[in-house]
Structures are given as C-alpha cells and as structure tokens.
Design a protein around this ligand. Sequence first.
Ligand code: SAH
Length: 235
Amino acid sequence: MIDRERLIQTAAGFGVALSAQQAALLDRYAELLCEKNKVMNLTAITDPDGVEVKHLLDSLLCAAQPEIAGRVADVGTGAGFPGAVIRVLKPDVALTFIDATAKKLGFIEESCAALGLQAETVHGRAEELAHKTEFREQFDCVTARAVANLPAVCEYCLPLVKVGGWFVAMKGPEAPAELDQAKAALRALGGEAKELRRFGLPDGSERVLVVIKKISQTSTKYPRSGKNITKKPII
Ligand code: SAH
C-alpha cells in the first residue's frame, strides 16, 4: 500500500539503510494494520502517504538510533509503533511489546506471525509491570511514542531501564518545554537527559527524540500508582 522505493530513498536521506525485503515487510504490516482497522480501532491514520511517513518513517528514525539495542521494550506500543518497525529494522534486538490493551497486542501477535517475525508481548500497565522483578531495571532500552507527557512517561518507563541503559521518548516540537517540566521527575527516577535529536518529516512535521540515560537506580517508591502519575507530577 505504500511506495516502498520512496520509503527506502527517504530513509536513506536520514542515513537509515532499509533493504527491499525490510520495506516489503513494513508495507505488508501497514496493509494488515489498515485491514484490521476496519473492525478494530487501531489507528486514525490510514491513508497510504500518512502511514508511510507518520507511522513507518517516524518509527524508523527512532529504530535506527544506536541506543536501540540489546533487550528493548516498547511501552504503550498500540498497533506496534515504533516496536514493529524496530522488529523489522533490527532483527537482533530482543524486543518486548508492552501495552495496557490486550486486543492491540493481539493484532501485533497475529501480524508478526503472518510476516514470520518473532514477537514477545506483555499485557499490562507499565507502572505495574515495573514493580515485578522480571521487568524492573531489566531493559537496555525503552521506547515510547504518544503515550503521555514527558514527566508521566518517564515514570512509566525509567524504572524498567537498567542502570547505564536508555529511554528514548518520541516527541514533537513540544519536547523542550516538556523536558523542562520533567527535570524533577528525571532526578527522582535516576535519569539524565543527554540529547534532543530533531528531524523534519517530509509532511512538514517536526519530530524530536528525547534521549535519556539511566544513571542511577530508581527508588522502589517509583513508579507510583497510575492515578498519582497523571494527577500529581513529580515536581
Ligand atoms: N505508540 C503507539 C500507540 C500510542 S496510543 C503509536 O504511537 O502509534 C497510546 C497507547 O499506550 C495505547 O495503546 C494505550 O493502551 C497505551 N498505554 C497508555 N498508558 C499505558 C501504560 N501506563 N502502560 C502501558 N500501556 C499504556
């Protein structure tokens, strides 16, 4: 459904090497997404150009970052963004798709199986999973797109990251302002913002990757309950 050759060329323009086979897998994944979207609400973006840029290219820019390596979790993955694209671009990554909505994980499992891709899914809220020893500080890297504002998403994600690992938050032009609001949360959670990486997508939108390093262990008092995370930001 997408223009595979154009996606390969655009990705190359950002320094991301995508093979014809990988482009075909992403195209097929996009088709399955739009097909399933007719019976289940998975995405508001279904036009081919929108899917190519806003889902696939945007996720590729995240997936290609050097921090995305080792054991990686995509928190609030929804229909698999950026997770499914990480799965395709970096087959060596041990990827866990996490979401609070089971039916979305069902779509990811079905689609990955159809494409011959391996997918480990975990159903649950990140702030609850982060208190279980099998997930707490177990990931080399965690990603999240469109899950919550930065202070909240840091509290969901940083407790899952190993000391020395990374949290890469996919944001838009609001990133610097959100980072300002997240300063106290980062300090409390053991994170340090290292870099903002900016990209202009072909549709004119600005994307910013907030690259956060986990520099010290997170106190077991975090993450708090979901309600406190959204209602009482760490200040
Ligand atoms: N990352 C995807 C989906 C964004 S929608 C994309 O960018 O297209 C947000 C998703 O995050 C939803 O699927 C919702 O179920 C999930 N979510 C929100 N809060 C969560 C939490 N605390 N733990 C796990 N999943 C969460």
